[in-house]
Each structure stands twice: as structure tokens, then as C-alpha cells.
Design a protein around this ligand. Structure first.
Ligand code: ATP
Length: 231
């Protein structure tokens, strides 16, 4: 579903990605770990078409990012660390607005049902987004992904700054996305969350994928030890 082949990125003389080969199959949740500067965001930004690879290519559902960046956008949803939405619009109005941009026109009940699927309490649907917590904003971000029926979700440090309850709720949503057959690539520093939710773990170091393992093989403690040994 998501594949990078010999993906290489140079920023002037600095090589941020060295021939990255990554594959995430349908329904898999792939956690990409690595120190600051390892190349996780660069990978995600190339998949999103925000920056261009120096060489190599990435594919979503066999569509080339290089050849057809616009077509790729229909299959993808991106949830950044801080989901940026319109603070003066309510949760439901934001969802309506971004669904329409993606070409979908939902009835109010359908929008409400999408927000409910993410666990956003009904009382919040009609409140201005400016008063939402970070976890609530992320739920709206996930609802937008569901509204456009994105098959692949790219998450950049999604649990950073979330309290334990919001982290647990978010983890449950991500697990559900995988069960629905959606594919998730998640860049994270949260080893314990990665061990709990991911089906596969990758560790990046200086632009290379130096570990790529099924997460079932590890406890969180073992993953932490492997991470510290690898980095
Ligand atoms: P973090 O965990 O801090 O988000 P990361 O693994 O996402 O880190 P990237 O943001 O992909 O790392 O950065 C990889 C390397 O590329 C870093 O050394 C960074 O300084 C460098 N880099 C990223 N963007 C640029 C840019 N526009 N120009 C020059 N260098 C850049």
C-alpha cells in the first residue's frame, strides 16, 4: 500500500535520506522511530508531495508520488503533531469545510457520526475549535481523514504533548483504523505507544532504516533497549 524505493534526499550537501526502502502493507501500523534529525519528517513530507526526493520514488497504492502527486493526495491523510483547523468554526463546521474541499458533501448527521466514530463527545461538536484540547483537535483531524475515506494515514508525532488518557484514546482510534484495513505510517518518539499500537517498527538513524521488525516480537521494555542499542 505504501512503499519507498531507494528514496534519497539531499539538502544542498547534506544527505537527509540514504536510499530508504520502506514498505507498509494494507492494515499495518508502522511506527517510525529515530532521534531528532533521523529523517522521519523528510520521509513523510516526500510522501505528501511537500518536498521532492533527490532520487528514488515513493508509491501509494502503486501510484508514483513523483509522477502523479495530485492523484496521491486523494488516498492520503496527514495528521501533524498539532492539527491546524479554523478556531472560530465548530468541530462539525471544520469537518464540513475540509470534507467539501476534498469533494465530499455530507449531511449534518453524517458529519456528526464521523466525529462520533473518533470518540469526540457530542457536546463538543457544536463548540468552537479554539476551545478544544490537542487530543480533541486530533480527533477532528481523524474525522477529516475518515470523511475523505483516506486509505493511508501519515501521522507525525501524534501523541506528543497528549495526556495519558488522550494518548490511550488516540491509540485505540489508530488500532481501529488498522482493523478497518487502513494503512498507517506514524513517526514518533513514543516507544511505549509504538510498542502498544504498531504492527511493525522501524528505527531510522542518519537517514537510513537500520531496524525493521514486527512489533509482536517485543515488549515495550525490549523495544526501548533495542532502540538505545541501535541509536
Ligand atoms: P524530528 O524527530 O526532530 O522531527 P526527523 O527525524 O523528523 O526529526 P527531519 O526533520 O526529517 O528529521 O530532518 C532530517 C535532517 O535533515 C536533519 O538533520 C535536518 O536538520 C535536515 N533538514 C530538514 N529539512 C531541511 C531543510 N529544509 N534544509 C536543510 N536541512 C534540512
Amino acid at each position: 500500500m505504501l512503499k519507498t524505493i531507494n528514496l534519497h534526499k539531499k539538502y544542498n550537501d547534506f544527505t537527509a535520506l540514504h536510499s530508504l526502502n520502506l514498505e507498509v502493507k494494507k492494515g499495518e501500523i508502522f511506527a517510525l522511530l529515530g532521534q531528532n534529525g533521523a529523517g522521519k519528517s523528510t520521509t513523510i513530507n516526500i510522501l505528501l508531495g511537500l518536498i521532492k526526493a533527490t532520487s528514488g520514488d515513493a508509491f501509494i497504492n502503486d501510484i508514483s508520488v513523483k509522477e502523479q502527486p495530485q492523484k496521491i493526495k486523494k488516498h492520503l491523510a496527514y495528521i501533524p503533531e498539532t492539527v491546524l483547523l479554523y478556531p472560530h468554526l465548530t468541530g462539525i463546521e471544520n469537518l464540513d469545510f475540509f470534507s467539501k474541499i476534498a469533494g465530499f458533501n455530507y449531511q449534518k448527521e453524517e458529519l456528526s457520526a464521523l466525529l462520533q466514530r473518533t470518540g469526540l463527545q457530542e457536546a463538543a461538536h457544536q463548540k468552537a475549535l479554539g476551545g478544544y484540547s490537542k487530543g480533541m483537535r486530533q480527533k477532528v483531524g481523524i474525522a477529516i481523514a475518515l470523511a475523505k475515506d483516506a486509505k493511508v494515514l501519515l501521522l507525525d508525532e501524534p501523541t506528543s504533548g497528549l495526556d495519558p488518557i488522550a494518548t490511550a484514546e488516540f491509540t485505540e482510534i489508530v488500532r481501529q483504523l488498522g482493523k478497518e484495513g487502513r494503512t498507517v505510517l506514524m513517526a514518533t518518539h513514543d516507544i511505549f505507544n509504538a510498542a502498544s499500537v504498531a504492527t511493525n517498527i522501524g528505527i531510522m538513524k542518519q537517514g537510513e532504516l537500520v531496524q525493521n521488525l514486527p512489533s509482536k516480537a517485543f515488549t515495550a521494555q525490549e523495544l526501548q533497549e533495542l532502540y538505545l542499542k541501535t541509536i
